[in-house]
Ligand binder design. Structure first.
Ligand code: ZN
Length: 95
């Protein structure tokens, strides 16, 4: 009876006035613009980010960093396995 923990509530922090507001993330869409309730300015995602939650939410940012870490770990594993293969099969009978 595991309950999938999806973070639907997420706090956006306005870079202009510092107002932090907890908003509900749409699960099926990206929120591209968000109007700050503090200063009324329209927040846009940073370049390369798909939605304001990516740019202004810490959870999303952490998740993205984690993904990047996994990616580089996989790359290192791949490099390591290539090296192991070369060491293991060097001079081996290859039909
Ligand atoms: Zn603001």
């Amino acid at each position: 009876m595991t309950e999938t923990a999806v973070i639907l509530q997420s706090t956006l922090t306005c870079p202009h006035c510092g107002t932090a507001k907890t908003e509900t993330m749409p699960t099926n869409a990206c929120l591209f613009f968000y109007e700050c309730t503090g200063c009324g300015k329209l927040l846009r995602p940073n370049a390369g980010d798909c939605c304001v939650f990516c740019s202004f939410n810490r959870n999303r940012r952490l998740a993205k960093d984690f993904e990047a870490t996994i990616q580089s770990a996989v790359t290192w594993l791949y490099i390591a396995s290539v090296k192991l293969n070369r060491a293991g099969f060097a001079g081996g009978s290859n039909s």
